[in-house]
Design a protein around this ligand. Sequence first.
Ligand SMILES: O=C(O)CCC(=O)C(=O)O
Ligand SMILES: [Fe+2]
Length: 298
Amino acid sequence: MTTQTVELARDKGIVVEKKYHLSYEAFKKEHLFGNYPVVIGDACADWSAKNKFTPAFFKENYSDREVSIAGQTYTLGEYIDWMMTGTEANPAPYPCTLQMESDYPELMPDVLPRLKYALPDRIKSPFLPNRLLSGANTLEIFFGSPGAQFPYVHYDYMSLHAYITQLYGQKEFTVIPPDQTPYLYPKPDNLWVSEVNDIRNPDLEKYPLFAKTTPVTFVVGPGETLFIPCGWWHTARSLTPTISVALDCLNASNWKNFMHEVDMNMQERKPKLAKAVQAYLSVLGGVLGTLEKAGVSV
Ligand SMILES: O=C(O)CCC(=O)C(=O)O
Ligand SMILES: [Fe+2]
């Protein structure tokens, strides 16, 4: 089937497109290894979550479960009421996230089969010590109300690729390419988080270089999946009540970037061990790459 492409946004040479019937090969070349974002219009077509993950479903089945947002605890039922009535001027707190694998394992089948564009994936490889992922959350459900804005501009922790599938409502995303990092004022102790947190009203007196960035903003709707490649700065804002599923991925395309993040995390604390870990990851990357090429995933 031929790919159908719709242009979503274009600004200063950056174009974000929405694609349907995108072959894995084309995705791999243009986006995964091309490190270029795209919205895939039909990636989650086989997920039962597509019709199931509604505010009513979570209210009915999980009202009493607790969620913690910015140090405050709410019940999910309470939060969903808030999210449905929140407004642009008075949004519900954000983000409200559920950890699927640990806390809602019974919902895992609803997000299967795994998005083919998010394969191969090394996050669960038995050869990758979990510790090296430094606690990254790699499969989460997000709830938000109109006007709820992700609290900071960032690229995904450990240089993982992100796949954000919108299942309910409309969410606006803004992306900025990695080569504009010098204008983003990364926090010295958290280089993946920008000090310029309000992208719509940046403090240009404090952060003058930010004026040189070329943010591109577009809307992702139900059934659509945004691929944000490693190192791309981004943030999000709900336009309506929203439910999304965010999934991370690590493979040959972002392995070097991941190794660099591991190194930065270890250099200060354990420089000798850092060197050994880099050597191990370098060999592991080669072995896994060979196996993946042969169609074996471990
Ligand atoms: O959907 C959102 O609010 C953005 C989520 C995000 O970028 C993240 O969790 O890393
Ligand atoms: Fe992110």
